[in-house]
Structures are given as structure tokens and as C-alpha cells.
Design a protein around this ligand. Sequence first.
Ligand code: ADP
Ligand code: MG
Length: 625
Amino acid sequence: MANGKINVAVENIFPLIKKFLYSDHEIFLRELISNATDAISKLKHLSSIGELKGNIGKPGIEVKLDKEKKKIHILDQGVGMTADEVNKYINEVAFSGAEEFLEKYKEEAKDSGIIGHFGLGFYSSFMVAEKVEIITKSYLNDSAAHWTCDGSPEYKLKKSSKKERGTEIILHVSEDSTEFLEESRIRELLNKYNKFMPYPIKFGTKEETIPLPKNAKKDAKPKTKTVDNIINTTNPAWTKTPTDLKDEDYKSFYRELYPMQFEEPLFNIHLNVDYPFNLTGILYFPKIQNDLNIQKDRIQLYQNQVFVTDNVEGIVPEFLTMLRGVIDSPDIPLNVSRSYLQADGAVKKISNYITRKVADKLNSLFKKDRKIFEEKWNDIKVVIEYGLLTEEKFYEKANNFMLYPTTEGEYLTYDELNAAVKDNQTDKDGKLIFLYASDIEEQHSYIETAKDKGYKVLLLDSPIIAHLIQKLEGDKEKIAFSRVDGDAIENLIKKEEATVSKMSDDEKDALKPLIEAVVPGDKYTIQMEAMDSCNLPFVITQPEFMRRMKEMQQTGGGMMGGFPEMFTLIVNTNHELVGQILNTKTTKKRERLIQQSLDLARLSQNLLKGEALTTFIKRSVELIK
Ligand code: ADP
Ligand code: MG
């Protein structure tokens, strides 16, 4: 038996770091600017606690390109490093000076916004550079140091004549990374990762027009001057206190986030917690179309104002990924895989917090101004319905503000709906039946029939509605949803007296086989019914259960496949035309009447297509000739 220590040689690890540390080479710039930012944060912190005397000015960061010499320079006016510190922080791979700083200043530096963590970020520069130089002068009165390394584990460290406090990193860009010498590419990266970082980042210059003085001559031309081009907004809206922001500030921040988006957001939710985790951010409700898929990946995730990703899967609950905006939290562990993330306790808390905040906001909007909430309902309902389906916590809260629109333009809460139908819409078991339509145009005749009978008809037209009502029926007691063209409407107990049948049982028995001879039995179940308020001889309905299962299949989930198309054909024995069918002696004529009545019923259910439709039209012309 022997115990020992595996000897990991740096020579072997170095190339691995270069190759596999980050899959995305472009993040080198984000890492170096993060280090520059940390250096300034440290400087400010030391100054604020009096460990550094004198005026520190307005420290900033600059990125410069030297395309000819194939170099990128990143300069900052932060704390800098002494030669000893270079040895410690740079030469010891995976030693994080950021963590050491936080450890040393613990409590007081907790909110200083230090980004660094693992002590590896700096080495990402070797993904794009064949040689890297650091020229740095510490705020401590030490002489400046100059470190050079060509990507092998050997480095050179000598003195430098740099006079000003701060650090300059020089990347000698390698042959396969020359894309990063393009101004447009660097601008793109700065815009993506550093747009909201806390200290000004300069990249080149720009021309700015000087406004003319009030007393300027009429033909005076405004002059321009060359100014620093600062690429970032150093204090974005989400870092401010909600009470300091007006509605217009939220809107203009939205425009800053999505410059190509012309539609205004419907409302926003400001997130702000510091215990038990740290999280700030602003979420926006955009207008959401009835499509669940195309609109994701719009929420941006930041850590201490550094952009990390726009894939918030696992962090934000699925139903809220349709929203837009920003979330900033240093507490989200991003170095782990996404599937692990979902199991992480801290992340689960964050996700629950966001869900609760969104529910609370919706509730307060509803309470504050119901009319406006109703006006926005169609643009937000998909998110809410999806939330009800997928997040139990949201479901519990949403009962207060989930609305059920009617075909008459009312918007009812669940309790209001219940009260509105409880006297009139029960079946023989005492179950409340909520009638609904999914399309006003297509189901027009059914809606009218139901309304004539005094029933309330809801308008539920979201793509996932079948799933949702399935869930509601399972949860709430003694209710059932039924589409107006479904079967349940016939089971409703009407308060008025039962319809008197104009046809005797014998007549009905004689009629049934006549109809069966024409109507295909594998598709339709025939049912006799006396209806006075219906002006059609035949009516087609589809069992609610079958249709709903089919819909659920189409939108994912659902149960086994292949539900047959089955319909119920209701023959209105009180209709004049049905009486006529019974009394027509000529087979051909009678069959034509039955066929015509069937086709009319199919037409009103949008089931008449192709050849059947052509035949129907021809027959109709014959009949009116
Ligand atoms: P991390 O940022 O996670 O600590 P890095 O590899 O990015 O790890 O950097 C290592 C250390 O080098 C930093 O913690 C910091 O102490 C030092 N450092 C890097 N860049 C700078 C800089 N621009 N100014 C001052 N110190 C720096
Ligand atoms: Mg770093």
C-alpha cells in the first residue's frame, strides 16, 4: 500500500486551459474588462475606508486596437499590481486576487461589486493571443512591473517606467483570431457584454455637435468637436431604487435594451432583494401573441452588471421566459450544468421569488385599475395561463386575477363566473357547466343558440386552454367546461318547462332508420331531441372529452394517440323539415332532404370541405331552381 500525491505539471495543464477553459473565445474581452473593473472597485473601496489617501479622480477603462501591429490594449486606472502581486495573482494559476480581497475586507466589501471569482479569467486572453504583456503600477508607491508571457509556462518579469497608477494589458493577437482586430467586432463585443458596466469604458472617439448659443446668427452652422466614445451606461435602471424611477425611465431603459423593438412594453416589474440572496432586475411584459415558442431568450442575465447570457432556462420559471428584461445576481452558480442548476437550492429560491413578485404585481395591477388590466388581458393571458399550468405557487395566487372573458366582452374572475352561472347552468348531478367558445366566427351559430337560451358563453381561445380547463376541473369541485358545440349543452337543466315533443315515439322509431340509411354510421351517433329554440333540422356536436384530448395532443402532453373523429348528430324532431322528411314517400326526394340537412349542419361546424362541399352547392342550386 502506498499513499501519494498526483503530480500535475503546469506544462501539461496550460494548453488545456487555453483550449477548454471557455468554449467561447470571445469572452476574453469580458474577462479582462471585468478585471479592470475590479481593479477600480478595489481602488474606490480602499479610498472610501481611508486606506488610500488623496484624490483618486474619475478612474476609467479604455480599449484600443492596433490593427497594424496586431495588438489589443486594455487599460485601466485601478489599483494596479506590485511585482510581488503579479507573482502571486498572475503566476499562480487559479489563485484569485478577487476572492482574497473579499476575504480580507469581508463584510464591508460585500457590496463592492467585485466580479472575479475563480482566478482563471485572465488566462482566457491566451485563447486569442500568442503573447500577453502586463504593464502595471500599484497604488502603493512601488515601481511599475512588466510581465511578458508567450503562452508557454515561462514568463519574464522586469521593471517598467510606467508612471501613472493602473494596468495595461497588451494582447498580441494570434493568426487564427484576427477577427478581434476588427473595430466592428470589438464594438459588437463591448455592446454585448459591457454595455451596463459601472465605470466608463472608452473605445475610440466620436464627433459631437456643439449646440448653438441662443443669440447665434440665423445662418450660423453648428460646430462639432471630437469627444471620447464611451460605450456604456454606468448606472442602468435596474441598479437604482424603484422609487427613483418614473414610468418613462422604465420605458426608455426598455428601448435601450431592445433598440429594434418598436412596441412599448405593457408594464414592468422591478426585482430587488438582498436576502437570502442577492438579486436585482427589471422584467417587462411585452405583448404576447398566441404562440408559445418564438418569443423566448429575451431576458438577459447579468452578474454585477456584466452580461453573462440570454439563456435563463433553469433560473427563471419556464412560463416567464416569454417576458423580457434583465436579471442581475452574483449568486447564480453558472459554472455548473443547466440540469444541475435546477436542483440547486439557491436557484430554486430565486425562481420562486421571481414567480411571487410577478404574481404580486399582477394582483396589484388588477386591484388598482381593473379596467386597464382587462384591456391588457389578451396580450398577457398566455403567460398567465401557462403559469397556472406549470407553477403550483403561481396557480394558488392567480385565482384572484385570472380572468374569464365572455363573448359579450365581460371579464369575470372565477368567483364572479361561478356566481353568474350558478342558477342557470347546472346539469342533473348539480355540476356547474361553464360554456365556452374558442372562435366567435366559426362557432357563431352555436354561440347564438346558447345565448338564446340565456346561457353565458366564455371566450377561451388560447392554444393551451384545453390543458388549463382540464386542470381546473380536476382542482375545483363540481364544475365542468364544455364548448358550445360540444355535447354537454344538451344536459343542462333548463329552468323553463321541458320542450313538448311534436313527434310521437312511434314516429321517431319510424324516422331513425330512414336517417341511418343516409348518414354514415362510423362517424355519427344519431340522437333524437325535441328543440324549439333551434332553427336547424340537424345539429352536429362533438363530445367534449374527445375534442379536448385531441387538442391537448396537438399542444404537447395529452394522452395516447389516434382519437377517432366521432360526432353526435342531433335530429331536431320539432323542426318542420324533420316532419317533412318523415312524410316524404319518394325515397330519392327524402334522401336528398336528409343529405341537405346533414350538410347544413356540417357547414355550420366548418366540416364541409372538398368534394362534399361541391356536391352540396350543386344540390342547393337544384333545390332552388
Ligand atoms: P479573478 O478575477 O477571478 O480573481 P483573474 O485570473 O481574472 O481571476 O485575475 C487574477 C488576479 O489578477 C485578479 O484577482 C487580480 O488580483 C489580478 N489582476 C488581474 N487583472 C488586473 C488589473 N487589471 N488590475 C489589477 N489587478 C489585476
Ligand atoms: Mg477576473
